[in-house]
Design a protein around this ligand. Structure first.
Ligand code: ATP
Ligand code: MG
Length: 397
């Protein structure tokens, strides 16, 4: 192959308008379902924008992974800087990721570097850096809001920084210029701290709950609108991701996971030259994230379970759907049994095999309340094409 053969792949995408809008570092201009958390931050910190106000402001945001804590903090950082400017207050916002900056020294030297030109990079104690920072803020009449993100790490490894940061505001009774926004996953980690620090910090709490099915779906639609060209993602794909991620459907309520899935599915669709992202692309994306089905798992499957799994693959493929009803699977199962000249199992046994496939984590089963009663739906997170081929090695149907 020559260079020219590859050239066409650099041409603009049929699917993405701007895929970087799905990257974790991107802060979207609109954060649905987080108005309340943003509003709370405004109430906690609004005194900061007043030029003559020098009290110690602090708050804690906490909640599980992917619930928008970092996105909200960065969004809020921009917002408050703008407001301060309008009032003639020189406010700075510095976001520190404590997973990357793991020690007291790394954090204060990072802050000092981003504020003060020509600061020595090493050879001084963290307390010295902190002293320089405070001096600089005073000399330049600056107020600073430090956001310590993923602070779980620093509390676990080097909590002294929190004593010094909170105490610096108490001792320096003249003007407090240093303020703190702390972000944590696990609020209980605060109890590792000294009583005095705890009581200083604990007052303003801002909780982030895991997202529901409905919320994930709306967030996805919003972000897909920014990242993909119109009508390039099938509706069923969005729904399936929300079913996986929504906390009320057994997911973790993690928006990062949902966005990663849609991005990966988009990349897979692109590589396959497809003009739309469909459910099979999503299954492939999931199988990249979750470990695949190993041969050992196949070997533990009973004959009947393999036939049933094959029926589910067929039903999903034929119906081009993310989920199929158990009733529909039963029809495919009966057909395959007929072809294999086997007597199909009755509904009770059929259902018990479904349960055992679910217990082996090969399928997902959700039961929904519908007009005509409760109905079971089945979905699979693995690419069904390769699963079906693998099954056909065992079942000649
Ligand atoms: N309400 C929302 N609207 C749009 N996108 C969101 C929303 N909440 C989160 N996201 C996106 O989901 C991803 C994860 O969010 P974020 O990084 O803020 O999570 P986090 O709570 O900081 O998680 P962690 O504890 O793992 O750091 C980001 O790409 C973010 O832009
Ligand atoms: Mg974060």
């Amino acid at each position: 192959m020559s260079e020219n053969d590859f050239e066409r792949y650099f041409r603009s995408s049929y699917l993405f308008k701007d895929e970087s809008k799905l990257f974790p570092e991107h802060v979207p201009a609109y954060l649905p379902f987080r108005e309340e958390q943003i509003k709370r931050l405004i109430f906690f910190f609004r005194g900061l924008v007043e030029p003559e106000n020098f009290v110690f402001y602090r708050a804690i945001c906490y909640g599980p992974a992917g619930t928008g804590k970092t996105a909200v903090a960065k969004f809020f950082g921009k917002l408050i800087i703008e407001e301060a400017k309008k009032k003639g207050t020189n406010l700075r916002f510095i976001h520190i990721n404590c997973h990357l900056e793991r020690t007291y020294f790394m954090i204060v030297s990072k802050i000092a570097e981003s504020l003060i030109a020509g600061i020595p990079k090493r050879g001084f104690s963290p307390k010295q850096y902190l002293a320089w920072i405070l001096e600089y803020l005073e000399d330049e009449n600056i107020k600073l809001l430090i956001c310590l993100d993923e602070a779980d790490y620093i509390i676990r490894n080097d909590p002294e920084i929190l004593y010094d940061l909170t105490r610096s505001s108490e001792l320096d009774s003249a003007k407090v210029r240093l303020n703190l926004l702390i972000i944590l996953r696990d609020i209980s980690i605060l109890y590792n701290l000294d009583e005095s620090v705890l009581s200083t910090l604990q007052r303003n709490l801002n909780q982030f709950n895991p997202y529901t099915y409905f919320e994930i779906k709306e967030i996805l639609k919003e972000r897909i609108g920014e990242a993909f060209l119109p009508n390039t993602v099938e509706e069923g794909v969005i729904d399936s991701i929300a079913m996986k991620a929504g906390v009320d459907r057994g997911g973790r309520g993690d928006a990062r996971f949902a966005l990663e899935l849609i991005w990966r599915a988009g990349k897979i669709a692109e590589i396959e030259n497809s003009r739309r992202v469909n459910i099979e692309h999503l299954r492939k994306a999931m199988s990249e994230i979750y470990p695949g089905i190993t041969s050992e798992v196949f070997d533990t499957l009973l004959e009947e379970e393999k036939i049933l799994l094959l029926s589910i693959c067929r039903a999903l493929r034929e119906e081009k759907a993310a989920m199929v009803s158990t009733r529909s699977v039963k029809e495919y199962y009966d057909l395959i049994c007929e072809k294999l000249k086997r007597k199909p199992k009755g509904y009770t046994q059929f259902w018990s095999y479904i349960q055992s496939l679910r217990n082996k984590n090969l399928i997902n089963v959700s039961v929904m309340n519908e007009k005509r009663g409760r109905r079971g739906y089945i979905s699979i997170d693995f690419p069904i094409d390769s699963l079906e081929n693998k099954l056909l090695e065992y079942v000649k149907a």
